[in-house]
Write a protein that binds this ligand. Sequence first.
Ligand code: SF4
Ligand code: ZN
Length: 459
Amino acid sequence: MEDIPVDVGLIYEGERIRKSSMYVDLAGPKSKGAELLLVVPPDEVEDGKVEVVGPDVDQMEEGGRYPFGILIKVAGEKLEEDLEGVFERKLHYFCNYIQGFMHLNSRDIIWCRISKDAAKKGLKLYHVGKVLVNLYKSEFDVIEKIQVTFYTDEKAVDEHIARAREVYEKRDARASAIKDEDVDVFYSCLLCQSFAPTHVCAITPSRSGGCGAVTWFEGRAAVKVDPSGPIGEIPKGEVIDPVKGEYSGINEYVREKSNGTIERVYLHSLFDYPHTSCGCFEAIAFYIPEVDGIGIVHRDFHGVTPFGIPFSTMAGQVGGGVQSQGFLGISIAYLRSPKFLQGDGGWRRIVWMPSQLKERVRSAIPQEMYDLIATENEAQDLDTLRKFLEEKQHPVLERLKAEEAKEKAEEAPEEEQPAATMPELTVPVQAGAGAPVEFTITFKNAKIYAEKIIIRRKE
Ligand code: SF4
Ligand code: ZN
C-alpha cells in the first residue's frame, strides 16, 4: 500500500508490542474504549472517508494513554444487520496486520497500542483507517461502501461507548430469543485457530463465541455472504445429552477441525468435556472445589478471585485451545443464556463474581439467587467465601455437606464381618488328642471371626 508509512501483512499478526517499545496506549484496562461496526443505508456512508475526532498520533504525548473508540459504517445491497458482529470481529485481525499496531480483545474491552518505531515512521490513526477501508473491501465483496471514524476525545469516546453498549445488548437479546432445540444447524468459528490451533468455537443459539462477537444469527449471516470463510455450518446431528449440551454433529465436527485432538464437547458444563478456550474470552467460569461452587471473573476486573489470582493469571492457564477441567472461557452474553451452565446446576451453582459484572447481568440472575452470590466486597479468599455462603445458606452447601458426609462414611473403618454365624456351637474340651472329653462349651448365637477359613473335602 503506497502512502502508508509502515508495512501491512499477515506476518505482523502475532506481533506483540511490549511496554518498553510502546509509544501510546489506546483504550485498555486503565482507560476506556469500544469498537463498533454498523450496517447502515448507503446514503449514510461516505465511501473511503477516515475521520479522527480528537488528537491523532502525532498530537499525542509519548508514553501517554488515551480513551479510544472505533466506529465503522458499512453499506451494501446484500448486507444485513446480523453481519455486524462478524465484521466487527474482523477488526481485531485486520488491525494486527499493521506493523507497529496492536489490537487486543473485543467490544468495549479493546486495548490498542502503537509502537515507538511506527510513530517515528509517521503512522497515524488516519493511516490505520485507510488500511481498514482497503482490507474490508478486498476481503468482502458485499461491502460496497465503508467509512471509518476514530475517537480519542474523551467526551466523544464516552458517547461512543454508550451507543456501542446499546447495540451489543440488542444483538445479544436477539440471540437469546431462540434456543438450541429450535434449530437444526449450529455454526463454528475457526478465526482463533491462528493462535490456538485446536480451538473450534461451537456457536449455538444458547452459546455465542467466547469473544462475545459472534452469535448464532451472525454465524448464519456470515455463512451466507462468505461460505468459504472462517465461519462454517455444523449439522446438529443426534442429541446425546440435552442438559449438558452434547451433540453428535458438534463432536464430529470438532474432532475433524481439531485434527483429532478434541473428541467430545459439552456446551453447557465445565466438567468432563468442557468447550475449549482460546484466549479472547470475555470471562472465565471456574470451579471452586473447596465450596463445590463456580465463580466467574471477567476481563475488566483487576482484583483477585477467591483463589488469590487475578483474571490475567487464570486466563494464561486456561487458554490456548485446550479443554481445561473446571475452567471455561465464556462470553458475557452467555451469562444471559437460558442454558447458562445448566449441566452443572446453572445459577444455583454460582458462588462468586465481581460486583461490577453482577450488576451488569442482574436481570439474568434468578431473583432468589442474587443475594446469595458473593462479590469481592464480601469474599476475598476461600475462608471468607465459605463463611458468606454459610451465612446465606447457599444451595451449594447442601451438596457439599452431603458429599463430605459421604466421604466420611467411606473413610470410617468397616466393621469386620463374621466368617460364620451359628445359633448354637458346642465344642468338646479334651486334655489332648484321643483323651476323653472332660466337658463341653456351648456358644449360643456364635459369630466366628477368622483370618482364614480352610475347607477340606472329607476323604
Ligand atoms: Fe471466533 Fe470464537 Fe475466536 Fe470469537 S472466540 S473470533 S467466535 S473462534
Ligand atoms: Zn479467541
